[in-house]
Design a protein around this ligand. Structure first.
Ligand code: S3P
Length: 433
């Protein structure tokens, strides 16, 4: 286990090109594998999670050629095996919930074969019945350990068209169902209680699939094949959020975040910062669009903050950035309350418990609730030791907390940041002054 110390900074300044979007990279690799022909992915994330996906698609039979491997990620070509050509076997999903759940959907409609999906000790404790149960309703044959957990065994079956109404806003579960719909006997319609990230919908449209989005419902019609992709992956707002928050909280900051994905289903953190009073400190400096995915540059400066109450539809749009709200709340004037976020308990770790114990240990006035937390702003945090608990987002939270603390923070288990952002420490140090 690696312990890394982050000392307080005088300011946070410079230019950041965040790593490529993890969700879009996973999907690009998977759809490239199930497409007919050769897909091209530019600037695919090169981190532990997406290496698991790369290895998985190779085990399933895709041929991957890495053309360039550099600081901006991987440029690669994938020669796909087609919608129904996945080779049977055992797949190691590592730490990735997105990989295991999307594979459950993609493999359930294969004409024959059996796949055993398993991963690390964190994945072994994450619920898979949320994806398995609706897939089984559509005809899938899936068995999970103790009815819910990995290893998950998927046996190729006939998937019927139909309708699924989800009670949970989860892009992984929604995507699993839409992907099962690719090999279904008729259209599959899925509705969700609040809008979650829509990368699967956009990418499937890019592969020539008929996808109709109507408010909170999405219908996919089974295509005869997937056309190959030519995709350049934008920067990940979930990774950039750590530097954005450091810039807001550190004095005299001036940060330029370049080429970050600004898909509105992902920008809840910017809305939260605006609600906290930092609207004037964040400027969208440019905008581009490719395959329906918006991206652009953001200029961020330091800002005072006020406490807020966050819940409802904002939660799925901010889900991976919510740990940062705990730290923001320590600096805000008044109370900051997070609710409707019980989903945080079933992420790579129990993130409600991880944030509350982690930040309390650094001197924060924060309490746990069943579905969130309550923080009282005291103008900052003292510092100390914070354990990442094997969770990449907690490792990065501890690091940012150190930069804006009074006495510095030692993050134990900092290596967890490799899951989504291998160069995180280097980037933070180069922006620290
Ligand atoms: C993801 C969806 C979210 C998110 C995860 C990535 C995706 O999970 O937390 O990091 O790529 O679809 P849920 O679907 O469990 O909310």
């Amino acid at each position: 286990m690696t312990t890394v110390r982050f000392d307080p900074v005088d300011s946070f300044r410079g230019e950041l090109r965040p790593p490529a979007d993890k969700s879009i990279s996973h999907r690009g690799l998977l759809l490239g594998a199930f497409a007919d022909g050769t897909s091209k992915l530019t600037r695919c994330l090169d981190a532990a999670d997406t290496r698991s996906t790369l290895d998985a698609i190779e085990s399933l039979g895709a041929e991957v050629t890495i053309r360039e491997e550099g600081p901006d990620g991987l440029d690669l070509e994938i020669s796909g095996f087609g919608l129904t050509g996945a080779a049977a076997g055992r797949i190691d999903v590592g730490n990735s919930g997105t990989l295991i759940r999307l594979l459950m959907g993609l493999l359930s409609g294969q004409p024959a074969g059996e796949w055993v999906l398993e991963g690390d000790s964190s994945i072994a404790e994450r619920p898979m019945d949320r994806a398995a149960d609706p897939l089984i309703e559509l005809g899938a044959t899936i068995a999970c350990k103790d009815g819910s957990y990995p290893p998950v065994t998927v046996t190729g079956s006939r998937i019927e068209g139909g309708r699924v109404d989800l009670h949970l806003a989860s892009a992984q579960v929604k995507s699993a169902i839409l992907l099962a719909g690719l090999n279904a006997a008729g259209p599959v319609r899925v509705s969700e209680p609040a809008l979650s990230r829509n990368h699967t919908e956009l990418m499937l449209s890019g592969c020539g699939v008929e996808v109709v989005c109507d408010g909170l419902a999405t219908t996919v019609s089974p295509p005869s094949q997937l056309s190959p992709l030519d995709l350049s992956v934008p920067g990940d707002i979930s990774s950039a959020a750590f530097a954005i928050v450091a810039a807001i909280l550190a004095p005299q900051s001036a940060l330029l975040v370049e080429g970050v994905g600004l898909n509105p289903t992902r920008t809840g953190i910017l809305d939260i910062l605006e609600l906290m009073g930092a609207g004037q400190a964040i400027e969208r400096a440019s905008a581009t669009e490719s395959g329906g995915e918006q991206a652009g540059d953001l200029e961020v400066r330091s800002s005072e903050l006020r406490g807020v109450e966050i819940g409802g539809d904002l939660i799925p749009r901010t889900i991976d950035e919510l740990p940062l709200l705990g730290l923001l709340g320590c600096f805000a004037d008044g109370e900051t309350i997070l609710s409707d976020a019980a989903e945080l308990r079933v992420k790579e770790s129990d993130r409600i418990d991880g944030v509350v114990s982690g930040l309390s240990g650094l001197g924060a006035e924060i309490e746990e609730t069943t579905d969130g937390f309550k923080v009282t702003g005291t103008g900052g945090i003292a510092g100390g030791v914070m354990d990442a608990r094997g969770d990449h987002r907690l490792a990065m939270l501890g690091a940012v907390a150190g930069l804006v603390s009074r006495d510095g923070v030692e993050v134990t288990g900092f290596e967890a940041s490799q899951i989504s952002y291998p160069d995180f420490e280097r980037d933070l140090r180069s922006l620290s002054a």
